[in-house]
Design a protein around this ligand. Sequence first.
Ligand code: UD1
Length: 432
Amino acid sequence: MDSREVIVVTGGKPISGTVHIGGAKNSVLKLMAASVMAQGETRLDNVPLISDVDVMCEVLETIGAKVERGEQRGEGRHTLFIETSDLTSYRTPYELVAKMRASISILGPLITRFGRACVAMPGGCQIGSRGLDMHISSLEALGVQFDMSHGYINATTPNGLIGAEIILDFQSVGATENLMMASVCAKGTTAIHNAACEPEIVDLAEFLNSMGAQIEGAGTPNVIIHGVSELHSTTHKTVGDRIEAGTFLVAGAVTGGPVTVEGVNPDHLGLALKKLHEMGADLVITDNMVTFERTEELRPTDIQTLPHPGFPTDLQAQFMVLASLARGGSIITENVFENRFMFAAELARMGADIRIDGHHALVNGVSHLSGAPVNSTDLRAGAALVIAGLVADGPTCVYSIHHIDRGYEDYVGKLCALGADIERVQAQALSL
Ligand code: UD1
């Protein structure tokens, strides 16, 4: 994946067909981290080929795990084997945490495995400051002691880990996960109230239970963890990526479709499907498939992002593209991240009419977008700009596509297979 590459998409070609959805980025990274809590070899299936997975492989290798891709053993490319018997370190260096904030999810597993951890402090990122206060205070409640110095979080457990009752200030996905992973082997019972309810939390709980943990209530705001003395390695298939699925449904929605996504549980897309329907979509839903078609013009709608089962912040940018093309005004309210509207300025460069007022975006639909050079400000913004390019007049050139590669496996190839006029090219070869 070459960071000097750009995506060039030429609008106007309808897209249709079926897309296979891979394993969820936001789940697999935590499953990989959690594998270090047991000794032995864990097998993960449905692992997407994305650069964030590569970074997590590096994190695991840094602490002494042996990671093998499926094809090294004559298995499929989406299988990963992680051998964790001889870990050598509980330290995760800055270079890796800086590359990927989700590296922080190794904190809970290291504490469980070693009783201590030393993880570089992640900085801010483009969608906001993304504090760690809830991770820290909830782990302290289990008996973890922290020393923050020289840019590192040093965690120790001088008196062991002891189950506790914890109320999170906010349904933080990362804090819920770190807490679950640090409490599975704590003495006694831990109760997490106001826990995040995302499907990826349920996937992690199922994974941990298959390692011998005793977790109840995952997917609800009250998660109960009965501590066990040890975990064993396991085999698990990563849950389908609802955000990748939602992204392709929006791609179908801008052009009309029909587009079918398969390999995802439609229940995980709840409010996103409701909003697509409000905006003029006909949806056909089966067990692991959603088909979307639009024959009417796009209607406006109001969206506010919230923790699951609320509307996912990770689909906010994609839906802003839809709202930009709807007949009328939509209000999009971002409640989860403080700085997730940077992308709006890029979309405005393509002719969208968007006014930002604090954490609200007032989007007035326009009749068309015009292709332009634009910059991916983050992962989902990059995916959304490509979607905007599918219907814009002329070519759109999307820069900083390393963001897209972090979370979408072969985004260009999948859109191409649906009929889009899209390619990756070297930036210096452009004559736009
Ligand atoms: C995860 C997802 C991300 C998604 C987000 C919300 C991964 C790798 N990433 O991120 O794609 O957009 O959930 O669904 O799974 N916060 C604090 N203090 C804390 C923890 C969080 O202030 O200790 C704040 C954050 O700054 C943010 C909000 O809470 O504004 C939500 O964060 P959180 O739910 O923890 O998201 P992540 O786990 O970072």
